[in-house]
Design a protein around this ligand. Structure first.
Ligand code: GLC
Ligand code: CA
Length: 526
């Protein structure tokens, strides 16, 4: 397990929208390199860059055409290597996004696989020979010279790579340990080696649980595959790491991942923290994606002050997962990502400050999405590159109040996506100047986390107080005590040890072994 993960604070960068240095309206590698000092100054020491490989961009780059070639719109492989080098000089690690479940239908493996004549890539994807049916799976027919149909992993442009089936029971299904399935796995390891040999520090793995098809409920066979990949990491790249898009730490971490994200889906406690309205909506058939479908009156998210909620729903999911995985890997709480509505849509600055204080004092390795450090808004805008409702979360970064908020010199209409038109659109520049801004609060929270070993990813975590219908949450990290009160009520708790308030937001009091937290406050005692 790489030591550096203990103190890692990740920053996710959507390269399209971060910083454009050549005026074409789209972010690029040099743009990220140029902002490394800013990123470091906030307290982030690791990056996850969304897919930046050659692609037709039918799903914003999650449709890879060449795993070993940077997308020309972001620059060259050498520009990316330079970014690795400049990041390392500043003590920043860089993760790329690995998309192992599918490629673009324009990838050369697929172009070969589509041919009727058998070749090295015929079995690289999942094909059935008969024309009209692939039980239980989405497929495409009528698009190839080859006499067959192929399985999809996500969009129509994303054919599923063949890692076999857990229990093949049709003639066209290969086993998870067939030669073809192993060849796909080895090809993906070759892609990882290519980038790690050139300075990449690991990968965020897209749809990591989707590889072996019709897997058992515990994902046993996909798990075996990741165990095999982890062996490669331990042996050849012990300083590199993997974080999964899985959101089932027990499955992912116990099968080899160093970290697993909490995702915005109903099975995890994450939603109860930040987006409880989406559960209400999904019951009525809505997705909660477009803003006009959000009914705040129904939003019971823990961090929304009006909700007057409690932490128990989150802990019901988190604690069992934490206890099963704490010695093996880290659960990653995220501020959001390129697939989720930005939190600023439903949470105020004060609510966000408290939410992130929680995120940065919990165990595991936290991830923040670019722009969330200033509370960028979710915009209701038309879809782009397969984004659909996710597009509004992917708009260009807002650095200052110059043209295009300092993102690009292009004409506004040529930007990758439109930007926040509000007069009070947040920017880095303005928040730098205000000591109580969200940005400076996050900076203080990260400074605190980096300062105390007791706040590191692996430091012990125990719950001191968490009750139904009570907004107060009190927990220990090593010898420190943290307390959160996101609500509009005053709360108190007796039985803390420690004599000093090391950090606080809002109004708090420590007297003897009693703490009092006024509405919307947070404290750390040591
Ligand atoms: C993941 C990505 C998402 C992408 C999908 C297909 O969920 O986060 O953006 O569209 O996988 O690759
Ligand atoms: Ca550019």
């Amino acid at each position: 397990m790489p030591e550096w993960l203990k103190d890692a604070a990740f920053y996710e960068i959507y390269p399209q929208s971060y910083n454009d240095t050549n005026g074409d309206g789209i972010g690029d590698f040099d743009g990220i390199t140029e902002k490394l000092d800013y990123i470091k100054s906030v307290g982030f020491n690791a990056l996850w860059i969304n897919p930046c490989y050659d692609s037709p961009f039918m799903d914003a780059g999650y449709d890879v055409r060449d795993y070993k070639k940077a997308a020309p719109r972001y620059g060259t492989n050498n520009d990316l290597f330079r970014l690795f080098g400049e990041a390392h000089k500043r003590g920043i690690k860089v993760f790329l996004d690995l998309v192992p479940g599918h490629t673009s239908d324009k990838h050369k493996w697929f172009l070969e696989s589509k041919k009727q004549e058998r070749n090295e890539y015929s079995d690289r994807y999942i094909w059935a020979d008969h024309a009209f049916f692939m039980k239980g799976h989405p497929y495409i027919a009528g698009m190839s010279e080859r006499d067959g149909i192929y399985m999809l992993n996500f969009f129509a442009s994303q054919p599923a790579l063949n890692y076999g089936f857990a229990h093949p029971n049709e003639p066209w299904q290969m086993s998870y340990d067939s030669e073809a399935a192993i060849a796909t796995r080895e090809a993906m390891k070759d892609v990882m080696r290519f980038w790690m040999d050139r300075g990449c520090d690991g990968f965020r793995v897209d749809m990591a649980d989707s590889l072996v098809k019709d897997d058992d409920p515990d994902k046993k066979y996909t798990g075996l595959l990741w165990q095999n990949v982890r062996e490669m990491f331990d042996k050849e790249y012990p300083e590199c790491a993997l974080v999964s898009e899985w959101s089932n730490p027990e499955q992912s971490i116990l099968n080899g991942f160093h970290m697993d994200f909490t995702l915005d889906n109903p099975q995890t406690g994450y939603r109860s923290l930040f987006r409880d309205y989406r559960d209400v909506l999904s019951k009525s058939g809505g997705s909660g994606i477009n803003s006009d479908s959000v009914d705040l009156a129904q939003d019971k998210s823990y961090f929304r002050s009006e909700a007057d909620s409690d932490i128990t729903k989150f802990l019901d999911w988190y604690l069992p997962q934490y206890n099963k995985t704490k010695d093996k890997g880290y659960i990653s709480i995220i501020s959001g990502n390129h697939d989720t509505p930005r939190l600023r849509r439903t949470l105020s600055y004060d609510e966000l400050k408290i939410a992130y204080a929680f995120m940065y004092t919990m165990p595991g390795v936290p991830f923040m999405y670019y722009g969330d450090e200033i509370g960028m808004r979710y915009l209701d805008i038309p879809t782009k590159e397969g984004g659909y409702g996710r597009t509004g979360t992917r708009t260009p970064m807002q650095f200052n109040h110059e043209a295009n908020y300092g993102f690009s010199d292009a004409k506004a209409e040529d930007l990758y996506l439109p930007q926040d038109p509000s007069l009070d659109a947040p920017t880095v520049e303005e928040q730098e100047a205000d000591k109580n801004s969200l940005l400076n609060t996050i900076r203080a929270e990260l400074t605190l986390r980096h300062k105390y070993d007791d706040l590191k990813a692996d430091a012990p975590f125990t719950v001191l107080h968490a009750e139904k219908n009570d907004p107060l949450f009190v927990y220990k990290r090593g010898n420190l005590t943290c307390a959160v009160n996101p609500s509009k009520r005053e709360t108190s708790f007796e039985g803390v040890s420690g004599s000093k308030v090391l950090f606080s937001l809002g109004e708090t009091e420590l007297s003897g072994n009693k703490i009092t937290l006024k509405p919307q406050s947070f404290m750390v005692i040591g």
